[in-house]
Design a protein around this ligand. Structure first.
Ligand code: UD1
Length: 388
């Protein structure tokens, strides 16, 4: 049986690493049906800090193909991925294409595979923000609608798929594969030195004291177009972050999109000059995990950080009005609050979280063994004639 798995952007890498490891382990143990694996990187993320460095850190083998799609509009990225991916199918002839998450590569490659008559498995199926303004929501819905096998993280994802009319036989709850990576990397992250992380990755032009660990800090990540691409919204958020930084210093790994907008809107220098802000390059997976372990509060618009904060128990304020990961929310027993980009709401929730203890929470099947369950499930479905 041959599997092609697809990655395109940073959040895919933590999901594919355990899957590849599980295939390798299965091969060592000997399976009735040998599994041949081929990794395709669409090249959406190409900076070493967003791509190669994380490949190395997580032990992901070099991709067999890099489609080198690069930056561009959504139409360009999706279209170019489809054109390039389609070319390699006649040569590779996979039985399955495995896609993860919700980035442009996920939707583009699943459409191409399904049209070529190849079975598609989607890892992290069924997540819904119900926000059609998010390109990721479109990617999720399209991918799930055409996938043969939908591998889900929790019962809420199952319910979303059933509600959309997906047959129950195609839905398999396997847990959260990102937590396999989190568990695998936790010990190494713990050994990292906080000061060394900051001094090695700072992009501040000014010397700043890094001795604020005893006081605690807030850790911030921002990259969603709805938060960073509109001048007024980003300016309001930065004013708010400055207010927060007076209470607790801020460590802010800056995504390339965000760095470009901060510079374009004339906001960069005030952050770079503030003693209470440490600006860093995008961090390695382990370094970010270490920050999440130590931070008093995480402020983020990322999907994955909401889940990592849940497992680590870090109070998390999500700078969005919705989340496709409701299992992380306070009302479902988690550590996460949706605060949108309203400064007053963010501020009052920030003050509240300062008094909250860490409360690590581990949902059912988020146990570090999801990748093994996925490999078993694909092997079982490969034998079955019941899937469409
Ligand atoms: C993508 C994903 C998003 C994910 C995020 C994590 C989609 C629709 N979006 O958004 O779901 O949460 O990755 O980072 O697939 N850039 C670089 N170097 C790079 C890559 C990008 O400088 O290696 C810059 C480019 O100027 C580009 C901008 O960052 O225009 C945005 O990159 P893009 O890949 O389009 O989307 P992300 O915002 O990163």
């Amino acid at each position: 049986m041959k599997i092609i798995s697809i990655v395109g952007a940073r959040p895919n890498f933590m999901k594919i690493a355990p899957f590849i490891r599980a295939i390798q382990q299965r091969a060592k143990g000997g399976t009735a049906i040998p599994i041949e694996h081929c990794l395709v990187h669409t090249g959406q993320h190409y900076d070493s800090s967003l791509s190669d460095d994380i490949f190395q850190e997580l032990g992901i083998p070099a991709p067999d193909y890099n489609l080198e799609v690069g930056s561009g509009s959504h139409g360009y990225q999706v279209g170019q991925t489809m054109i390039e991916f389609e070319k390699l199918l006649p040569k590779e002839k996979p039985d399955w294409v495995v896609v993860v998450g919700d980035v442009n590569a996920t939707a583009a490659c699943s459409i191409v595979a399904r049209k070529a008559g190849i079975k598609v498995a989607h890892i992290e199926a069924g997540l819904r923000s119900f926000d059609w303004e998010m390109p990721e929501e479109i990617n999720r819905v399209v991918t799930d609608r055409i996938s043969n096998l939908l591998l889900t993280t929790d019962s809420m994802a199952d319910a979303n798929l059933l509600h959309e009319g997906i047959p129950a036989t195609q839905i398999q709850r396997v847990g959260n594969i990102m937590i396999d990576t989190l568990q695998n990397e936790c010990a190494a992250a713990r050994r990292l030195n906080f000061h060394e992380i900051l001094s090695a990755s700072t992009i501040d032009t000014k010397e700043k004291s890094l001795d604020f660990l005893p006081e605690g800090f807030t850790f911030v990540t921002l990259h969603r177009p709805s938060n960073v691409d509109i001048r007024e919204t980003l300016t309001q958020l930065i004013v708010l972050l400055q207010r927060i930084s007076e209470k607790l210093p801020i460590v802010f790994p800056v995504h390339p999109r965000t760095q470009a907008r901060l510079k374009e809107f004339g906001l960069w220098h005030q952050l770079a000059n503030s003693e209470r802000f440490i600006l860093t390059q995008p961090l390695s997976y382990r370094a970010l995990l270490k920050l999440n372990m130590l931070a008093k509060v995480a402020l983020t618009d990322s999907g994955g950080i909401q889940e990592e904060a849940l497992i680590l128990g870090t109070p998390c304020l999500t700078l969005r009005w919705n989340t496709e990961r409701p299992i992380t929310l306070i009302e479902h027993g988690g550590t996460n609050r949706l605060v949108g980009n309203n400064p007053e709401k963010i501020w009052s929730n920030f003050l509240h979280t300062l008094t909250e203890p860490r409360r690590p929470t581990i949902p059912d099947l988020w146990d570090g063994h999801t990748a093994e369950r996925i490999v078993t499930t694909i092997l079982r479905f490969n034998d079955s004639h019941n899937i469409p």
